[in-house]
Design a protein around this ligand. Structure first.
Ligand code: PLP
Length: 402
């Protein structure tokens, strides 16, 4: 008797977990504060836009451009100008089904098995797993409080070039880096671009947390600094998302690049269009409420972050380092030499705590093994206190931590 599962390709990733019980202290994933979802405003926007344009749902892409709902692309272009000093035309924007689809499209366009890319030493686990699945090699570059260390980047590019390898791109999360919460300085942005042009390497700028910066204005995007210098071509493809600023379940992200690049990426997008209802509602809501909403959300997250940092310092003491992030929804903890945070996973689960061990968020899993990431975005202050205390007990029991 043939069983369908036995007929699958042999090189598939592990089957997905189709939904076990959620643990009470789930400090994993990139979830957001449920009380901050602007559902009343979204509902009102849905009613308005459906009444006005609902008939257009009868046609793929609402009868408009395959790049996405035009008012949403206009909003993205306006908002990049207002919030990040970035010149952007409506046809430079391709709406995607979450920025994850954006990552896939860029990877489809640029990567073949055996290629090499450069990432930050601590980076987005969802990108690392994508690269692994494609058989793409990656090298990590140091990150400090000012973002990617461009001296280290320069040395790596020299070394790879001497070995005959031209990396396909440098992947960076410059503004509120995941997981470190740092922001790349403008000087470093320029230095990174100079290196990219000197070595003939593309830059993949993933800015999906940029709106969640607090205490400072957003710096200009790397894409803007690149296009402002007209003495050379443009090497940056930019990626953004509404997952962190509005809600991850909406699944709306976008890519921004020069029109020929966007046309090529669109040629790889075979889904007959990103969900139109979400695009319409978002555009209607965001055109009048985005800035107010983001102000309110970031002040909630800033307070929650301070609570998390306090809890970590109180419960773990000085043996664990946590640098307060400049925005976003995560803290990144560094443990002493010899600690492996992966060994805490099972014990943490028993007391209802989930966290992301650092190895999965690091270019070098050995370097990452004494680190871990906690998401505070969707956790109440009480949960943060109780969950962090429980995790600290587990850490002490499973390591030499005092
Ligand atoms: C750096 C980074 N890029 C992309 C994504 C994917 O986000 P989405 O597909 O929800 O836009 C995430 C999600 O956490 C992320 O952290």
């Amino acid at each position: 008797m043939t069983d369908l599962a036995s007929l699958f390709r042999p090189d598939l990733p592990a089957p997905a977990d189709i939904g076990g019980p959620t643990r009470p202290f789930a400090f994993v994933g990139g979830n957001n504060d449920p009380d901050s979802v602007p559902f009343a405003g979204l509902a009102e926007a849905a009613m308005t836009v459906m009444t006005r344009e609902g008939r257009n749902l009868a046609t793929y892409n609402l009868g408009g451009s395959a790049l996405g709902y035009e008012p949403l692309r206009s909003f993205v272009a306006r908002s990049l100008k207002d919030r990040a000093f970035t010149d952007c035309n409506v046809d430079d924007v391709l709406v995607t089904s979450g920025s994850l689809q954006g990552l896939d499209l860029v990877n489809d366009a640029l990567l073949s098995p055996g290629d090499t890319v450069i990432v930050e030493e601590a980076t987005y686990g969802g990108m690392l797993s994508r690269l692994q699945r494609r058989g793409v090699n990656y090298h990590g570059v140091k990150v400090d409080a000012n973002g990617i260390d461009t001296d280290d980047l320069g040395q790596l590019l020299e070394r790879l070039t001497a070995e005959g390898t031209v990396p396909r791109y440098i992947y960076t999360i410059p503004t509120v880096q995941n997981p470190t919460g740092t922001v790349m300085s403008v000087e470093r942005r320029h230095a990174l671009l100079d290196l990219a042009h000197t070595f003939g390497v593309a830059v993949f700028e993933d800015d999906c947390y940029a709106d969640l910066l607090w205490g400072a204005d957003r710096p200009p995007t790397i894409r803007q600094l690149d296009q402002a210098d007209t003495s050379r071509g443009n090497v940056v493809v930019y990626c953004g998302s509404f997952s962190k600023s509005i809600a991850p379940a909406l699944r709306i992200g976008y890519l921004v690049a020069d029109p020929p690049v966007i046309a090529q990426l669109l040629g790889l997008k075979t889904d007959a269009g990103t969900g139109a209802l979400e695009q319409m509602v978002l555009a209607e809501f965001a055109s009048t409420h985005f800035d107010d909403h983001v102000d309110q959300l970031t002040s909630t997250l800033e307070a929650r972050c301070a609570h998390m940092v306090d809890a970590v310092r109180r419960e773990f003491g000085s043996s664990v380092t946590v640098d307060p992030p400049k925005g976003g929804i995560y803290v990144w903890l560094t443990f002493p030499e010899g600690v492996d945070t992966a060994t805490m996973v099972a014990g943490a689960a028993e007391v209802g705590v989930e966290f992301n061990p650092g190895a999965g968020w690091s270019a070098d899993p050995v370097w990452g093994s004494r680190r871990l990431r906690l998401c505070f975005g969707n956790q109440s202050p009480e949960n943060i206190d109780r969950g962090v205390a429980a995790l600290a007990d587990v850490a002490r029991a499973s390591s030499s931590l005092v």
